[in-house]
Design a protein around this ligand. Structure first.
Ligand code: HEM
Length: 455
């Protein structure tokens, strides 16, 4: 019962010392036999080499993708394979680089909002990061905007994310789907609202593509509509286009927002890295935009270290279809395999100073020493995150833009604690005291002179 309570309150609090010290921990939950797997070879077997034997489990599909059953995140088998093939080019490096101006524009809109605040104002940066990533979603999926109901759509999105994240004890007890979960009823109503709005935006764009194709923006919506099945061409159905729009919003918005919040928190604790990232931003946030993120090498290392310490998707799970063996442990048909990037990335057997913030791990030759199955912020294997380049580019550009314009420090006395609610977010927000930096004379507002902590 205590475990169920913790799972509902904050599943992160269920991890104990042995999980961070042992390669595999086996145990039982009311839902059956569970293996907590944090050994690179075993992870490779589950997510890559023998991935056909492990499918996404009911609990993860239920929590992560409530209502998005036709989208890439939760589709299975042939439907998933077809979607992955059709959608992959939309997130290829070249296409993602074309989105850099839209990402920077969203970051600059945030700078404009914050510039209107009084110097030394205290704001909760967590919802601010959600706003900027939602703005990126809006500019890259529907570059002509959500339309007149934009604010209602944003509100609905917040309700959706606040509700789907809670694991219902009924889910853990394996109570069948037809038993209604209270929160989920609210999600269904919100989803119906989304679907209606997305249909409206799709029909406007389809008209434009039919009547004035040259005028249509080259955003994700146009790419998806161009991938529509036209009489057996092997493309997407209309329902899949709609589900994937919702999937991109759901999978891409909170994850990146939390990455940015945690990066600001970690930088607020490290004078050295704050200065390094500021210097890089002052130097590199000029010139061609498309490859700007590639030039922000240290900022990107900060993001990669951030998603090591605070991986937004803190647990990946699969169910075994047939018997197997992982690192000498027996897997039964039906066993639940849980791989937690949060535990893996802080595992005592795999990392040197696992809890220390050190972006040097991701610079130069050091990066090559990281076992690719010990670092999984975006998963791995066939179901690896399709939006990883998009997210890394977005987070790098937004973080650099923020540090270029603002000095910031954690509001004194605020205790920061991670909470898992679909994504890993700071419980009780992240209040920061912010002040404008003068770009003409960056030295004028060095953190020390503004009384910001330098450690
Ligand atoms: C920092 C940001 C992000 C993180 C940490 C993240 C993490 C992940 C992880 C761990 C998975 C694999 C889950 C599993 O194997 O069970 C995944 C899958 C996925 N992600 Fe992301 N993601 C991020 C951003 C994005 C963005 C920006 C998009 C799209 C706009 C996106 C779309 C998807 C989709 C569609 C899948 C399912 C892929 C498939 O099953 O084929 N993600 N993500």
């Amino acid at each position: 019962m205590a475990l169920l309570g913790a799972l509902k309150r904050n599943p992160l609090e269920c991890w104990a010392a042995p999980h961070f010290e042992r390669p595999i921990v086996a145990g039982g939950l009311p839902i059956g036999h569970v293996l907590l797997v944090h050994e690179p070879g075993a992870i490779r077997r589950v997510l890559l080499d023998n991935a056909v034997n492990y499918r996404k489990d009911r609990l993860q599909r239920r929590v992560l993708s409530a209502g998005l059953s036709d989208g890439l995140l939760s589709a299975e088998g042939e439907q998933w394979r077809l979607q992955r093939r059709v959608i992959a080019p939309m997130f290829a490096r070249r296409t993602v680089m074309d989105f850099a101006p839209a990402m920077l524009a969203a970051a600059e809109a945030l700078v404009e909002r914050w510039s209107a605040l009084e110097d030394g104002a205290s704001i909760d940066v967590a919802p601010e990061m959600a706003k900027v990533t939602l703005d990126v979603v809006e500019r890259t999926i529907f570059s002509d905007g959500f339309g007149s109901d934009a604010e209602d759509i944003r509100k609905a999105m917040t309700t959706y994310f606040n509700t789907i994240g809670r694991i219902s004890p009924l889910d853990i007890l394996g109570v069948p789907d037809f038993v209604p979960r209270l929160g989920r009823l609210r999600v269904q109503a919100t989803l119906r609202f989304f679907e209606k709005e997305v249909d409206r935006v799709i029909s406007v764009r389809r008209r434009m593509l039919a009547e004035q194709p040259d005028q249509a923006p080259r955003d994700l919506l146009t790419h998806l509509l161009e991938a529509l099945d036209t009489g057996g061409s092997g493309g997407l159905t209309e329902a899949e286009v709609r589900s994937n729009i919702l999937t991109f919003i759901a999978a891409g918005h909170e994850t990146t927002a939390n990455t940015l919040s945690w990066a600001l928190f970690l930088l607020s604790q490290s004078g050295e890295w704050r200065e390094r990232v500021q210097a890089e931003a002052d130097r590199e946030l000029i010139g061609p935009v498309e490859d700007m993120a590639d030039r922000l090498v240290e900022t990107r290392a900060v993001i990669e270290e951030t998603v090591r310490l605070y991986p937004p998707i803190a647990a990946i799970s699969r169910v075994a279809l047939d018997r197997d063996e992982l690192n000498g442990e027996r897997v039964r048909a039906g066993s639940l395999i849980v791989i937690s990037p949060y535990v893996l990335h802080r595992h005592r057997l795999l990392w040197d100073r696992p809890d220390a913030f050190d972006p040097r791990r991701f610079l130069g030759a050091a990066q090559a020493t990281i076992d690719r199955f010990a670092y999984l912020p975006f998963g791995t294997g066939p179901r690896k995150c399709i939006g990883s380049s998009f997210a890394l580019q977005e987070a790098t550009l937004v973080l650099a833009t923020i540090v270029r314009h603002f000095a910031f420090r954690l509001r004194p006395g605020h205790a920061v604690w991670p909470m898992l609610r679909v994504t890993l977010r700071p419980a009780n927000g992240l209040p920061m005291v912010i002040a404008m930096r003068s770009l003409r004379d960056p030295d004028r507002c060095r953190p020390a002179e503004r009384g910001l902590p330098n450690s």
